[in-house]
Design a protein around this ligand. Structure first.
Ligand code: BG6
Length: 513
């Protein structure tokens, strides 16, 4: 980036207030992301950060804790001058989120810092708290007069997930926070949208002319989206027992991938234009009856097993998990989008913990050639063309197609054309939160969720939630850790004559075990 370019992207003066500043997200992602932003000259000199949490400590201790934690969580070696710049701007306020006094103290602290740092009265509040505090904190910020915008002064609130636990609770949360904030002050975060490769889906589709003509039901047979994790629930058993794989991953992360893959070209790259098109996809998703929803969905829970040669326990033996838990750690589902572009093209989604590999990818399977010219050759082994958008861990795009195997006999083999992000652009250290924090400070909400999108996402999973709540209890555990989920997930696709695309790394190597 040229100097002029960088300068024009420096965010405006502001104070960032992090609620939940003693928690994991702050040390693992937010502070390392702020460090990276500063290192790339994207933060203004007139900038400050206030951490708010219940833990008793003073600013000196807060700074020294984060300094130590940066050794572990920074995305690259910490440069002392850059860190000093951040550290001088860090302060801490201890207080209960239920206590009005916390907000009076915060107001005083903000006014003082605003004068000292000349931050123009711009405040960004980041709610990295447990979800039950989202509405009360916003209500108290409002009551303290901290959300009121002025002619040249903005007030914005970033809200982490989970945004509700079903359609009703998401609607209520939206209602509650909109009593205090206007929609354009609310930045509902989905960290998947901070991933380079997820942002690249839009560039790939709409920055190139060659894909759009074939991006429809005429050429595409099905779309498969996998977000597989090798890890179990780790220390988050308490949260996961309330959430499960469906709530944890589908209405947010996986539906983001669906909307970016399926949306129509927006009229511009403006936040409303892009989000209008994303929301339309969700509104077009077929709303099955609970009985149909049950048929189009598979859930699983991991049993003990072996991953990478290491024995791992069953979900029911994880800390803070009930020994007879019926919470799913895996879900596979089929979504149909009723519009002209996608009618009858199934979107298959699967996600789970303790699977065979860590891999997030979108595989677009194209229809076979209309006529088999090479039928007397070994073409049976050839599958249709496949375009894979690799989201993580290797980031890139690969396209598979048939090619003649060299030799006097006509043989056809499947080959891959690969684009590997790292090969082209080198390794750019990132937490995934840099872009999102920066966008919020710049006032660009394109990569954040609007109220209607969040609600439309919950509406898509509502029939599944209803079917599961009223159906017979699942027979768990039903897959071994280290497998690709229960066998019913394969049957879900087999019924339509499909099979899951084996996940591959960017070089086309099979990821199985
Ligand atoms: C979070 C979920 O939102 O996303 C976690 O709560 C999940 O359960 C995580 O592990 C996956 O994110 P990433 O960036 O590691 O793929």
């Amino acid at each position: 980036m040229t100097e002029t370019n960088t300068k024009s992207h420096i965010s405006p003066p502001c104070i960032l207030v992090i609620f939940g500043a003693a928690g994991d997200l702050t040390k693992r992602k937010l502070v390392p992301a702020l460090y990276n932003l500063r290192k790339n000259d994207l933060l203004p000199d007139n900038f400050a950060i206030i951490g708010v949490a219940r833990a008793e400590m003073d600013t000196a201790e807060f700074r020294s804790r984060l300094r130590d934690e940066m050794k572990e969580f920074a995305t690259e070696k910490v440069e002392p001058e850059v860190w000093d710049w951040i550290e001088q701007r860090l302060s801490y306020l201890s207080g209960d989120f239920d206590d009005e006094q916390t907000f009076t103290h915060l107001k005083d602290a903000l006014e003082k810092l605003d004068r000292e740092r000349d931050t123009s009265g711009n405040y960004c509040f980041y709610l990295a708290t447990a979800p039950q505090y989202f509405a009360p904190v916003i209500q108290k910020l409002g009551a303290a007069g901290l959300t009121k915008e002025g002619k040249d002064r903005w007030r914005r609130v970033i809200i982490e997930k989970p945004f509700g636990s079903d359609l009703k609770s998401a609607q209520k949360l939206n209602r509650d926070i909109k009593r205090v904030l206007k929609e354009d002050q609310i930045y509902r975060i989905d960290h998947y949208l901070g991933k380079e490769t997820v942002q690249n889906i839009l560039v790939f589709r709409f920055g190139n002319g060659i894909f759009e003509p074939i991006w429809n039901r005429r050429y595409i047979e099905c779309v498969q989206i996998t977000a597989a994790e090798k890890v179990g629930v780790e220390q988050r058993g308490g949260y996961y027992e309330q959430a499960g794989a469906l709530r944890d991953m589908v209405p947010n992360h996986l539906l983001q991938l669906v909307t970016l893959t399926a949306m129509e070209p927006p009229v511009s790259f403006d936040a409303h234009a892009v989000r209008d098109e994303q929301a339309k996809v969700l509104h077009a998703a077929q709303c099955p009856s609970p009985a149909e929803a049950a048929q189009r969905t598979v859930r699983g829970q991991y049993d003990a097993g072996v991953i990478g040669g290491e024995a791992v326990p069953a979900y029911r033996s994880e800390p803070n998990v009930a020994p007879d838990s019926s919470v799913e750690t895996f879900v596979a589902l089929k979504i149909l989008i009723d519009n002209w572009r996608w009618s009858d093209v199934p979107f298959y989604l699967r996600t789970g913990k303790r699977l065979a590999a860590r891999d997030t990818e979108i595989a677009i399977k194209f229809r076979s050639a209309p006529f088999m010219l090479f039928r007397d050759t070994e073409v049976n082994q050839l599958s249709g063309n496949r375009l894979v958008l690799h989201i993580q861990p290797d980031e890139g795009i690969s396209l598979s197609f048939g090619a003649k195997v060299p030799g006097p006999i006509l043989n056809i083999g499947a080959v891959n054309m690969n684009f590997d992000y790292e090969d082209y652009f080198g390794d750019v250290p990132s937490t995934g939160y840099e872009r999102l924090l920066h966008d919020c400070m710049m006032g660009d909400a394109t990569l954040f969720q609007r109220a209607d999108q969040v609600e439309a996402g919950w509406a898509v999973v509502a029939p599944i939630q209803e079917a599961w709540a009223n159906g017979p209890p699942p027979d768990f555990p039903n897959y071994e850790a280290g497998a690709w989920g229960p066998k019913e997930a394969d049957e879900l696709l087999a019924r339509d004559g499909h099979s899951w695309d084996e996940t591959h790394d960017i070089r086309g190597q099979n990821r199985l075990r």
